[in-house]
Write a protein of this length. Structure first.
Length: 537
């Protein structure tokens, strides 16, 4: 294969490998009966191949899929805002509760640990009973618990409300990527993943900007941060109910559809011309909170299925390159009040909030770059690989992530240590955020493509481990910065970022072989089939 990806010589089917471009060459892999895109995408073989079932989400009208997607992105933006909702005011919050600033920041860690734990339960529930009921219950929890936070009269009550908010946030981190895989084709996913990531990112960035003024206001105060977001969460609950139907339930879907066994062989296609399908559901039928779908997979298997994915090199890579690097971004938001509220800047809460304008602009720009860029590399690579798409082709953009994040942390450390004008660190903050947006889009889309059928379990595991680590950091992040100083702290973060991102090299070039020898039973088949990762001799 071109550009360093080694070809597998052991597996009949490599997860994620698929015919994407039909080329008019003698050596090309042809699929004369495969379904293709329309318009400018008419040369692209659709992956996965949609069935003839009118209930297949891939066959839904474009407007229906877009309404679903944007409804989820809207509430994902609010979910992004909930975590750093009080970031500019942790010092003031600590004074009101008569606790240290570090204790006030650590209260956010309780939300994070709740988010981690419930995520490992929500993903299996979504696999067993469908995505819609999980989304609906999560949106309702967020709405109710934001009211609870606003009326809390003591620290224990406030912490409890934040814990339950974490329960509500989980599905919009772990299940959205799987839903994108349900309703979009491979060549469309990169841009959608970027939009979803941007939605969360814009929430993280806007929260400090707006709430800095709300917290400082003598009329409003920090409680109004929760009252305001409650209003928007009420709207989100309605949009999820109206525009987010069930996307699970097509048991006849075969992951090999649209895939290939070996270069030079015919594309595998699903012959469903002789099957009878139920008519498409009416809009009223789709409004039911639960569609009645129950997966035939056993409940024991469903709840334990995420854990073996830790053996997948793809998942371990994602934990480092996506999970851990995301931790640094959240930590930056949490300690921003200390970093910019201390000498030489001495910013107020509202000024600390305005610091997030730079990362917000960077997030907007990378949204319009990251998604299309990863999708471009997917089709560009396929054209040079006899029309065959390899998910690793999306990882090229991680070069930009490496440069932006390592340079951002390193130069920020040097600038703040020398008392450079505040604009310098803000630019570095924006670079770090831009690098995260670009890299996350590539990594998340890569995991969706490789483990499409098990995306909920994979992302539940990735985010579970990420949030456990984030919880640990949240317990000492502020004291770490205060005791070690910006220079050493951010220097360490630069090195950690470089290490995490560079794990892409063995994944891209070596394609580590991993096989499980289980040969009997459905669960054994799942393990054997989905954990046999691309191999090299």
């Amino acid at each position: 294969m071109p550009l360093g990806i080694l070809e597998d010589r052991h597996l009949d089917y490599v997860p994620g490998t698929a015919l994407l471009e039909e080329l008019k060459t003698e050596n090309a892999v042809h699929a004369p009966n495969a379904k293709r895109g329309t318009g400018r995408s008419s040369h692209i073989v659709l992956v996965p191949q949609p069935s003839d079932d009118p209930r297949d989400p891939l066959n839904w009208p474009v407007y229906k899929r877009e309404l679903l997607f944007w409804s989820i992105c809207y509430i994902a933006g609010l979910v992004g805002e909930i975590g750093p909702l009080l970031a500019p005011g942790y010092v003031l919050l600590g004074q009101e509760w008569h606790v240290s600033t570090n204790t006030a920041v650590a209260s956010n860690g309780d939300l994070i640990i709740a988010l981690s734990c419930i995520m490992m339960l929500q993903a299996p529930i979504a696999v067993k009973f469908g995505r819609r009921p999980v989304f609906l219950v999560s949106a309702l929890i967020l709405f109710v618990c934001s009211i609870w936070s606003a009326v809390s009269q003591d620290l224990p009550s406030f912490i409890a409300s934040r814990v339950f908010q974490g329960f509500g946030m989980a599905s919009f981190e772990a299940l959205v990527t799987a839903t994108i895989g349900d309703i979009y084709f491979v060549h469309q996913r990169g841009f959608r993943v970027a939009i979803w990531g941007f939605s969360i990112g814009i929430g993280i960035s806007i929260a400090p900007i707006a709430n800095g003024y709300v917290i400082e206001s003598t009329v409003l105060g920090w409680r109004w941060c929760f009252w305001l977001i409650t209003i928007f969460l009420g709207i989100a609950l309605i949009t999820v109910f109206i525009f987010v139907p069930e996307t699970s339930g097509l048991e006849e879907y075969d992951e090999k559809v649209g895939g290939i066994e070996k270069a030079g062989q015919e594309v595998m296609q699903l012959d469903d011309t002789s099957q009878d399908y139920l008519p498409a559901k009416t809009y009223v039928e789709e409004l039911k909170p639960w569609s009645g779908y129950v997966s035939p997979v056993g409940i024991f298997e469903v709840f334990f299925r995420p854990f073996p994915f830790i053996l997948s090199p793809v998942i371990r890579f994602s934990i480092f390159s996506y999970g851990l690097t995301t931790c640094w971004i959240v930590i930056l938001s949490a300690v921003s009040s200390v970093v910019f509220g201390s000498p030489p800047y001495n910013f107020t809460a509202s000024q600390v909030g305005l610091v997030s304008i730079g990362p917000l602009v960077a997030g907007i720009l990378t949204t319009f770059i990251a998604g299309p860029l990863t999708d471009y590399f997917a089709t560009w690579f396929a054209k040079r690989n006899k029309g065959i798409y390899e998910p690793e082709s999306r990882l090229y953009v991680m070069i930009l992530m490496l440069v932006l994040q390592v340079a951002g942390f390193a130069f920020w450390a040097l600038m703040q240590n020398k008392g450079v004008h505040w604009m310098g660190p803000v630019v570095m903050y924006s670079m770090i955020n831009a690098g995260q947006g670009i890299g996350s889009t590539a990594i998340v889309t890569y995991v969706i493509d490789v483990h499409a059928k098990h995306a909920p379990e994979c992302f539940a595991l990735i985010n579970f481990i990420k949030n456990l680590i984030l919880y640990g950091f949240s317990q000492f992040a502020v004291s770490w910065v205060i005791n070690m100083g910006i220079l050493h702290t951010f220097g360490i973060l630069a090195g950690l970022a470089a290490f995490c991102i560079l794990t892409a090299i063995p994944i891209y070039n070596l394609n580590v072989k991993f096989e499980l020898s289980l040969i009997h039973g459905d669960f054994g088949d799942v393990l054997r089939y989905h954990f046999v990762i691309r191999s090299a001799v």
